[in-house]
Design a protein around this ligand. Sequence first.
Ligand SMILES: Cc1cc2nc3c(=O)[nH]c(=O)nc-3n(C[C@H](O)[C@H](O)[C@H](O)COP(=O)(O)OP(=O)(O)OC[C@H]3O[C@@H](n4cnc5c(N)ncnc54)[C@H](O)[C@@H]3O)c2cc1C
Length: 394
Amino acid sequence: MMHYDAIIVGAGPAGSTAARALAQGGARVCLVDKARFPRSKPCGGALSPRTLRHLPPGVDSVVRARVRRAVFTFRSGKPFEVVSRDPMGYMVCREEFDAWLKAHAEQAGASVREGAAVRAIEETKTGFAVRVSGGAISSDTIVGADGVNSRVAAQLLPARPRARYLALEFEVPQNGHDLGETVIVDVGAYPGGYAWGFPKGDRVNVGAMVEYARGRQLRRTLDAFVAGQPSLPAIPSLGCRAAAVAAAQSAPVPCARPGVLLVGDAAHLTDPFLGEGIYSAVRSGALAARALLQGKHRIETAVHYAGLVESQLWPDLVAASRVASLFHRMPRWWHHLMSLMPGSLSEVVGVLSGDQTYAGLLREIVERLEAGAGRWVRRRLGVRPDGTAAARRG
Ligand SMILES: Cc1cc2nc3c(=O)[nH]c(=O)nc-3n(C[C@H](O)[C@H](O)[C@H](O)COP(=O)(O)OP(=O)(O)OC[C@H]3O[C@@H](n4cnc5c(N)ncnc54)[C@H](O)[C@@H]3O)c2cc1C
């Protein structure tokens, strides 16, 4: 049986990033995926600018569109827009992006097995024996990068929270509906989420995300969104791709134990406000590799990795969860407020570019609300900012 330092289950962004970094660090690593690449994956394929900083060079070869304009609507009405000189996002098709990342892992020296579904994982005295279609392999460590329905997590770190959202998307030919550099984001009809139209060169990605429990109405809601947006192409009645979104709740989810590290969706690291998961997938993949390369034994590695994820990713995910709760309680109100001050969205753009954090954004929102509420109360009571009473007329 072939033995490795680490077996990584899943060659999505999290697994391929971990495999690349481990191989570059000199580890013997095997990256296994049940799919053969290129393979598609339900996803909007939007990369934030901050994600690009953590990718290998040359991502331009798989970027299909750069986003410089965002149009926001409320139930397909009341549009307002935000324009930016620098791209707010980079659009990829997942079959192209994931194949590109996996190729980088291979070039770095990772051994890759495609079409190799993990069928069974057995713990041995020193590590793991893994049965994949086509044979068995063993390792000291197993990295669960197998997505939202992670088999590795279910077996080795069970008692996971349920997925927070359900999302549905179509990637269709643009058919004369070229969105160019524009994304469309609609709110109001999607409890906990939103609907989008993303440009992809000769394709358009159309989708919506809602709280998991509201998933049954999702297809109908998406049809209504597309019908209300003349700039979007029609979507077929069949062929949508739906998947759960492993968005963070308000408390960290365990992601490590001796010999087992979970990364990306398997560790529930998707941003609960925008549903952005590729950033955390790539970051956690790199952090897992760092902990493995530096760790002297399995306990130390697990503690180190859990600490890195908790300190570098969770504070912002928890803040994003609060922002999501604030927004989704009153989407009409927020949409109206932002339409009056579209500049305030630069803070959200700042989070995507990495210049701002969700924690900073939350602080900003609270301070502005406090200031606004303070002004309102003072006006009602006739009190000046220094606390003195203003003379009342009449
Ligand atoms: C509809 C939708 C839209 C989204 N839009 C965006 C977006 O625009 N931007 C963004 O950043 N995020 C988006 N996300 C989230 C994003 O898709 C995920 O967060 C991201 O793909 C997580 O990467 P990952 O590597 O952890 O897992 P995945 O990308 O899911 O990769 C997991 C891999 O594991 C393999 N695998 C699974 N089980 C096994 C097994 N038993 N044996 C072997 N291999 C296995 C799978 O084949 C797959 O290749 C969206 C999600 C959904 C559902």
